[in-house]
Design a protein around this ligand. Structure first.
Ligand code: IYR
Length: 222
Protein backbone atom coordinates (compact mmCIF):
# COMPACT_ATOMS: atom_id res chain seq x y z
CA UNK A 1 0.00 0.00 0.00
CA UNK A 2 1.44 3.39 -0.96
CA UNK A 3 1.75 6.12 1.63
CA UNK A 4 -1.12 8.01 0.02
CA UNK A 5 -3.43 5.08 0.74
CA UNK A 6 -2.65 4.75 4.42
CA UNK A 7 -5.75 4.98 6.58
CA UNK A 8 -6.08 5.44 10.33
CA UNK A 9 -9.01 4.95 12.68
CA UNK A 10 -11.11 8.12 12.94
CA UNK A 11 -10.96 9.97 16.24
CA UNK A 12 -14.53 11.16 16.75
CA UNK A 13 -16.28 12.24 19.90
CA UNK A 14 -19.88 10.93 19.87
CA UNK A 15 -22.09 13.39 21.75
CA UNK A 16 -25.55 12.70 23.13
CA UNK A 17 -28.41 14.77 21.68
CA UNK A 18 -28.63 17.08 24.69
CA UNK A 19 -24.96 17.91 24.55
CA UNK A 20 -25.19 18.47 20.77
CA UNK A 21 -28.07 20.91 21.20
CA UNK A 22 -26.38 22.72 24.05
CA UNK A 23 -23.11 23.09 22.17
CA UNK A 24 -24.77 24.16 18.92
CA UNK A 25 -26.67 26.92 20.75
CA UNK A 26 -23.64 27.99 22.76
CA UNK A 27 -21.53 28.27 19.60
CA UNK A 28 -24.24 30.20 17.76
CA UNK A 29 -24.62 32.58 20.71
CA UNK A 30 -20.87 33.14 20.73
CA UNK A 31 -20.61 33.62 16.95
CA UNK A 32 -23.59 35.93 16.56
CA UNK A 33 -21.87 38.39 18.91
CA UNK A 34 -19.17 38.86 16.26
CA UNK A 35 -19.24 42.19 14.50
CA UNK A 36 -17.00 43.48 11.78
CA UNK A 37 -14.91 46.25 13.29
CA UNK A 38 -13.50 49.20 11.33
CA UNK A 39 -12.15 51.20 14.24
CA UNK A 40 -9.16 49.49 15.86
CA UNK A 41 -6.80 50.50 18.65
CA UNK A 42 -3.12 49.71 18.58
CA UNK A 43 -3.16 47.60 21.77
CA UNK A 44 -1.12 44.45 21.27
CA UNK A 45 -2.56 40.93 21.01
CA UNK A 46 -0.29 37.99 21.88
CA UNK A 47 1.43 36.54 18.80
CA UNK A 48 0.48 33.09 20.19
CA UNK A 49 -3.22 33.87 19.65
CA UNK A 50 -2.60 34.66 15.98
CA UNK A 51 -0.46 31.55 15.56
CA UNK A 52 -3.08 29.24 17.05
CA UNK A 53 -5.87 30.90 15.04
CA UNK A 54 -3.78 30.31 11.89
CA UNK A 55 -3.34 26.67 12.92
CA UNK A 56 -7.15 26.46 13.09
CA UNK A 57 -7.40 28.01 9.61
CA UNK A 58 -4.81 25.56 8.35
CA UNK A 59 -6.96 22.67 9.59
CA UNK A 60 -9.71 23.56 7.07
CA UNK A 61 -10.76 21.02 4.45
CA UNK A 62 -9.43 21.74 0.96
CA UNK A 63 -9.60 20.32 -2.57
CA UNK A 64 -7.44 17.15 -2.61
CA UNK A 65 -6.01 18.40 0.71
CA UNK A 66 -3.76 20.74 -1.25
CA UNK A 67 -4.15 23.46 1.43
CA UNK A 68 -3.97 26.19 -1.22
CA UNK A 69 -3.42 29.08 1.17
CA UNK A 70 -0.60 31.17 2.49
CA UNK A 71 -0.89 33.67 5.32
CA UNK A 72 1.45 36.63 5.69
CA UNK A 73 1.16 38.24 9.12
CA UNK A 74 2.23 41.87 8.94
CA UNK A 75 3.30 43.51 12.20
CA UNK A 76 5.90 45.90 10.79
CA UNK A 77 4.80 49.56 10.89
CA UNK A 78 6.78 50.19 7.71
CA UNK A 79 5.03 47.46 5.72
CA UNK A 80 1.63 48.41 7.13
CA UNK A 81 2.18 51.96 5.90
CA UNK A 82 3.12 50.68 2.43
CA UNK A 83 -0.04 48.56 2.33
CA UNK A 84 -2.19 51.46 3.52
CA UNK A 85 -0.81 53.81 0.90
CA UNK A 86 -1.31 51.34 -1.95
CA UNK A 87 -4.77 50.27 -0.70
CA UNK A 88 -6.00 53.85 -0.30
CA UNK A 89 -4.85 54.70 -3.82
CA UNK A 90 -6.99 51.81 -5.15
CA UNK A 91 -9.90 52.75 -2.89
CA UNK A 92 -9.89 56.37 -4.06
CA UNK A 93 -10.19 55.08 -7.62
CA UNK A 94 -12.98 52.77 -6.50
CA UNK A 95 -15.04 55.37 -4.66
CA UNK A 96 -14.46 58.18 -7.18
CA UNK A 97 -14.65 56.24 -10.45
CA UNK A 98 -14.88 52.47 -10.55
CA UNK A 99 -17.86 51.75 -8.26
CA UNK A 100 -21.30 51.87 -9.86
CA UNK A 101 -24.05 53.94 -8.22
CA UNK A 102 -25.75 50.67 -7.30
CA UNK A 103 -22.62 49.45 -5.50
CA UNK A 104 -22.13 52.72 -3.62
CA UNK A 105 -25.78 52.56 -2.58
CA UNK A 106 -25.33 49.05 -1.21
CA UNK A 107 -22.31 50.22 0.80
CA UNK A 108 -24.00 53.33 2.21
CA UNK A 109 -25.25 51.67 5.45
CA UNK A 110 -21.65 50.62 6.27
CA UNK A 111 -20.35 54.18 6.13
CA UNK A 112 -17.11 53.16 4.40
CA UNK A 113 -14.88 55.47 2.38
CA UNK A 114 -11.39 55.51 0.88
CA UNK A 115 -9.62 56.27 4.18
CA UNK A 116 -8.24 53.12 5.75
CA UNK A 117 -6.46 54.16 8.99
CA UNK A 118 -7.04 50.69 10.45
CA UNK A 119 -4.40 49.37 8.05
CA UNK A 120 -1.87 51.15 10.29
CA UNK A 121 -3.52 51.13 13.73
CA UNK A 122 -4.42 47.44 14.05
CA UNK A 123 -1.60 45.28 15.44
CA UNK A 124 -1.91 42.66 12.70
CA UNK A 125 -2.75 42.56 9.02
CA UNK A 126 -3.15 38.95 8.02
CA UNK A 127 -2.81 38.88 4.26
CA UNK A 128 -4.34 35.73 2.82
CA UNK A 129 -3.05 34.40 -0.50
CA UNK A 130 -4.73 31.79 -2.70
CA UNK A 131 -2.26 29.39 -4.28
CA UNK A 132 -3.26 28.32 -7.78
CA UNK A 133 -0.39 25.81 -7.70
CA UNK A 134 1.59 23.94 -5.07
CA UNK A 135 5.25 23.09 -5.38
CA UNK A 136 5.67 19.32 -5.92
CA UNK A 137 8.43 17.46 -4.09
CA UNK A 138 10.66 17.54 -7.17
CA UNK A 139 10.21 21.27 -7.70
CA UNK A 140 7.43 20.78 -10.31
CA UNK A 141 4.15 22.69 -10.20
CA UNK A 142 1.04 20.81 -9.04
CA UNK A 143 -2.38 22.22 -9.81
CA UNK A 144 -4.63 22.96 -6.83
CA UNK A 145 -8.39 22.34 -6.90
CA UNK A 146 -11.42 24.25 -5.60
CA UNK A 147 -9.07 26.96 -4.45
CA UNK A 148 -11.61 29.74 -3.80
CA UNK A 149 -13.89 27.37 -1.88
CA UNK A 150 -10.94 26.09 0.16
CA UNK A 151 -9.50 29.50 0.99
CA UNK A 152 -12.98 30.81 1.82
CA UNK A 153 -13.50 27.99 4.31
CA UNK A 154 -10.07 28.55 5.89
CA UNK A 155 -10.74 32.29 6.14
CA UNK A 156 -14.10 31.68 7.82
CA UNK A 157 -12.45 29.37 10.32
CA UNK A 158 -9.75 31.98 10.96
CA UNK A 159 -12.37 34.66 11.66
CA UNK A 160 -14.23 32.30 14.02
CA UNK A 161 -11.01 31.31 15.81
CA UNK A 162 -9.99 34.93 16.31
CA UNK A 163 -13.44 35.91 17.53
CA UNK A 164 -13.40 32.97 19.96
CA UNK A 165 -10.09 34.27 21.33
CA UNK A 166 -11.44 37.81 21.77
CA UNK A 167 -9.86 39.32 18.67
CA UNK A 168 -11.90 41.60 16.41
CA UNK A 169 -11.49 41.37 12.64
CA UNK A 170 -12.29 43.20 9.45
CA UNK A 171 -12.39 41.48 6.08
CA UNK A 172 -10.83 44.01 3.77
CA UNK A 173 -10.56 43.60 0.01
CA UNK A 174 -9.08 46.62 -1.72
CA UNK A 175 -9.51 46.03 -5.41
CA UNK A 176 -7.31 45.23 -7.23
CA UNK A 177 -4.94 43.71 -4.67
CA UNK A 178 -2.03 42.81 -6.95
CA UNK A 179 0.19 45.31 -5.11
CA UNK A 180 0.28 42.87 -2.18
CA UNK A 181 2.40 40.39 -4.17
CA UNK A 182 5.00 43.05 -4.68
CA UNK A 183 4.92 44.54 -1.19
CA UNK A 184 5.07 41.12 0.48
CA UNK A 185 7.29 39.35 -2.05
CA UNK A 186 4.85 36.58 -2.92
CA UNK A 187 5.08 34.75 -6.28
CA UNK A 188 2.73 35.49 -9.17
CA UNK A 189 1.12 32.02 -8.76
CA UNK A 190 -0.43 33.31 -5.53
CA UNK A 191 -3.49 35.53 -5.71
CA UNK A 192 -4.16 37.99 -2.88
CA UNK A 193 -7.51 36.84 -1.48
CA UNK A 194 -8.17 39.18 1.42
CA UNK A 195 -6.59 41.31 4.11
CA UNK A 196 -7.88 40.24 7.51
CA UNK A 197 -7.32 43.16 9.86
CA UNK A 198 -7.03 41.82 13.43
CA UNK A 199 -6.78 43.49 16.80
CA UNK A 200 -8.85 45.10 19.53
CA UNK A 201 -11.61 47.64 18.89
CA UNK A 202 -10.92 51.29 19.64
CA UNK A 203 -12.52 52.67 22.80
CA UNK A 204 -16.09 53.69 21.92
CA UNK A 205 -16.03 51.93 18.53
CA UNK A 206 -19.40 51.94 16.82
CA UNK A 207 -20.82 49.52 14.29
CA UNK A 208 -23.60 49.98 11.73
CA UNK A 209 -27.14 49.15 12.84
CA UNK A 210 -27.52 46.21 10.49
CA UNK A 211 -28.78 42.72 11.19
CA UNK A 212 -28.57 39.16 9.91
CA UNK A 213 -31.45 37.43 8.15
CA UNK A 214 -33.47 34.97 10.25
CA UNK A 215 -33.11 31.24 9.65
CA UNK A 216 -36.33 30.91 7.66
CA UNK A 217 -34.99 33.39 5.10
CA UNK A 218 -31.66 31.68 4.61
CA UNK A 219 -32.56 28.00 4.83
CA UNK A 220 -35.17 25.49 3.69
CA UNK A 221 -35.69 22.04 5.14
CA UNK A 222 -37.26 19.50 2.75
N1 IYR B 1 -13.24 47.67 -0.79
C1 IYR B 1 -13.94 48.91 -0.46
C2 IYR B 1 -15.40 48.84 -0.74
C3 IYR B 1 -16.18 47.84 0.02
C4 IYR B 1 -16.85 46.85 -0.70
C5 IYR B 1 -17.69 45.97 -0.07
I1 IYR B 1 -18.74 44.63 -1.18
C6 IYR B 1 -17.85 46.02 1.33
O1 IYR B 1 -18.68 45.11 1.99
C7 IYR B 1 -17.18 47.00 2.05
C8 IYR B 1 -16.36 47.91 1.38
C9 IYR B 1 -13.64 49.35 0.98
O2 IYR B 1 -13.01 48.59 1.73
O3 IYR B 1 -14.02 50.44 1.37
Amino acid sequence: MSEAETFLPLQFERLDDDTMCRRALAFYTQMRSRRTVRDFCSAPVPRQVIEDALRTAGSAPSGANMQPWHFVVVESARIKRQIREAAEAEEREFYQRRASAEWLNALAPLGTDADKPFLETAPYLIVIFLKKFSGGDGGERLKNYYTSESVGIATGMLIAALHNAGVATLTHTPSPMKFLNEVLGRPATEKPYMILVAGLPAEGARVPAIDKKPLDEIADFM
